[in-house]
Design a protein around this ligand. Structure first.
Ligand code: SF4
Ligand code: SF4
Length: 149
């Protein structure tokens, strides 16, 4: 997983699951085919961190959707209170949190919906949306100051 947004998708996605070297298109898959999310046993996957799980090539975790995004959330560690609101509400599981500490954004899977910014309770917010091309350091340098109520 990348926090900085490097692409992790690959052209071989699903080859193993959909017929070896003779790749089958998504519209040629027979009804009832089961595509497992993990290679081999998966019973303990829930207890592993995402980067420790053995995802198969067909799982969406191995693909990036970064190109779908036109705006992105930028995270400001200095203001964050680790309340985990953003982690709970993100519809794409793209907030990276470990041991109840917010670490950043998974830019490979974030779609730029802005929900995390809406639910962030700090003043100013610890997450703000910026244009996709905006440099994160520049965004942080121009962060708004606390608003008087
Ligand atoms: S912008 Fe949306 S998808 Fe991206 S981290 Fe925030 S809530 Fe998740
Ligand atoms: S919602 Fe805001 S304050 Fe809470 S963990 Fe996320 S970034 Fe930090």
């Amino acid at each position: 997983m990348s926090i900085t947004g490097s692409a992790s998708g690959n052209d071989n996605r699903g080859i193993r699951e959909l017929g070896g070297e003779e790749k089958v298109g998504w519209d040629e898959v027979t009804q009832g085919v089961a595509l497992n999310s993990f290679v081999g046993e998966s019973e303990n996957a829930a207890f592993l961190k995402p980067e420790e799980r053995n995802y198969n090539d067909f799982n969406s975790y191995t693909a990036t959707v970064a190109s779908w995004r036109i705006i992105k959330p930028v995270y400001n560690r200095d203001i964050c209170i680790d309340c985990q609101n953003c982690w709970v509400w993100c519809p794409d599981t793209s907030i990276i949190s470990r041991d109840k500490q917010m670490l950043g954004i998974d830019y490979d899977h974030c779609k730029g919906c802005g929900v995390c910014v809406e639910v962030c309770p700090t003043n100013p917010k610890s997450l703000l949306m910026f244009g996709e091309k905006e440099d994160n350091d520049e965004a942080l340098a121009g962060w708004p100051t606390k608003e008087k109520k």
